[in-house]
Design a protein around this ligand. Structure first.
Ligand code: PMP
Length: 407
């Protein structure tokens, strides 16, 4: 199993936006929010909700019995999803959620052709690897689906380099029409896309891209699946879901990662007629278990009652503006929305060096992108302004150190 850092770290305790390793060193965690812990570590509201459930004596019963926590959370998510007549199916991982979304979409449409986006990441099962457009994550040679890829949002290199938003949207429409006309034999079931590519390095096309796509998809009855595993729950600051920046309503959306604040909680939301296309899709032994859904209810309630979408916008702006003010030869681009921020550096070596130095100075960040050139940040949604400024200072000092060393 690959692990981060030349000297891997073992995290043993956490509090707020900080974690402490087995050597007693404490780090500000600017990555765990988007990955696993939307609300950071040891939030009393989440801990108490889980403890209350544990005290009932029921860690889990089969999902064949009614689970109050699950029903309550499903109702909240259905309402929040923006999808009319929405149903929710809980799973244990984002992979399974996307697997279920692809399965119902293909069955609903009677087609095993799927459109996906280059440089995407959707999971590690046969179907979700098949729609993952990044060879380093999707090297399986066999695919259950017939997949065609659209261009990704990368405008730093390749065919789309330097394109204006307007031109990009035109090019995206041409690309989709051409793919439909040339690479698929029969009807297409669905397009699956991340509003902002997570593993891909927080790259994204212009707002409205999904609406350009959906206009064409609608001509053919093709479904739109929005993978909100990284972009959901207010993380982008401007909207609750990533898809909303595009002025569309997807047919299906998937969620996972931080929403259980460390407990395995994920799912797919979709219009009833689509989600019910496969009989038996509603069963999972552990999906939506009472512990995970107790945590999920506490997380969703906390996000809404503390307006953490606004906090993501506020603290994200501190980071984005601070990073954009850095004039440094190793920084190619600072991008993102809210608390989903990527710094594209000029080389993979510089990225690896910045990544290690951040750790040395007590800041955990992520690394990624198709070429290993992106520092990724997804702090908890309840990040304080003081913590945002502290992390920004560590990062700008590290960038300065490596920028001047290289130039
Ligand atoms: N979709 C996206 C956008 C993701 O980032 C990930 C995880 N990196 C997944 C799906 C898969 O989620 P999981 O690891 O929970 O299976």
């Amino acid at each position: 199993m690959p692990v981060y850092y030349e000297e891997p770290i073992e995290l043993v305790t956490g509090q707020g936006s900080r974690v402490t390793d087995s050597n007693g060193k404490t780090y500000l965690d600017f990555f765990g929010g988007v990955l696993t812990n939307s609300l950071g570590y040891d939030l009393p509201e989440v801990r108490e909700a889980v403890e209350r459930q544990l005290r009932t004596g029921i860690v889990h019963t089969s999902t064949l019995y009614l689970i109050r926590q699950q029903v309550e959370l499903a109702e909240k998510i259905a309402k929040l999803s923006g999808i009319p007549d929405a149903r929710v199916f809980f799973t244990n991982s984002g992979t399974e959620a996307n697997e279920a979304a692809l399965q119902v979409a293909t069955n609903h449409r009677g087609s095993n052709s799927i459109l996906a986006v280059r440089n995407s990441y959707h999971g590690r099962t046969a179907a979700t690897i098949a729609v993952t457009g990044n060879r380093s994550w999707s090297a399986s040679a066999y695919s259950p689906y017939n997949v065609s890829y659209l261009h990704s949002g990368d405008r730093l290199r390749g065919l789309l380099r330097g394109m204006s938003d307007e031109r990009y949207l035109e090019a995206a429409e041409e690309d989709l029409r051409e793919v439909l006309a040339t690479t698929t034999a029969g009807p297409v079931a669905a397009l699956i896309a991340e509003p902002i590519q997570g593993v891909g390095g927080f790259t994204h096309g212009p707002d409205k891209l999904m609406s350009v796509w959906q206009r064409v998809l609608d001509e053919h009855g093709i479904l739109l699946i929005s993978d909100e595993v990284q972009t959901g729950w207010g993380r982008t600051g401007e909207h609750f879901w990533g898809y909303q920046a595009h002025g569309v309503t997807p047919d299906l959306l998937t969620f996972a990662k931080g929403i259980g604040n460390g407990f395995a909680l994920a799912g797919v939301v979709g219009r009833a007629e689509v989600l019910e296309a496969v009989q038996g899709i509603s069963f999972s032994t552990f999906g939506g278990n009472p512990i995970a859904t107790a945590a999920g209810n506490a997380v969703v309630d906390y996000i809404l009652s503390h307006d953490l979408q606004a906090n993501a916008a506020r603290t994200g702006a501190i980071l984005l503006e601070g990073l954009r003010a850095v004039d440094n030869p190793i920084v190619a681009e600072v991008r993102g929305k809210g608390l989903m921020i990527g710094i594209e550096l000029t080389s993979a070596a510089a990225t690896a060096a910045v990544f290690e130095s951040c750790k040395r100075d007590g800041l955990l960040v992520g690394k990624g992108g198709l070429y290993g050139t992106v520092i990724r940040m997804g702090p908890p949604l309840n990040l304080s302004e003081a913590d945002a400024r502290e992390g920004l200072e560590i990062l700008t000092n590290v960038l300065r150190e490596h920028g001047s060393a290289s130039g």
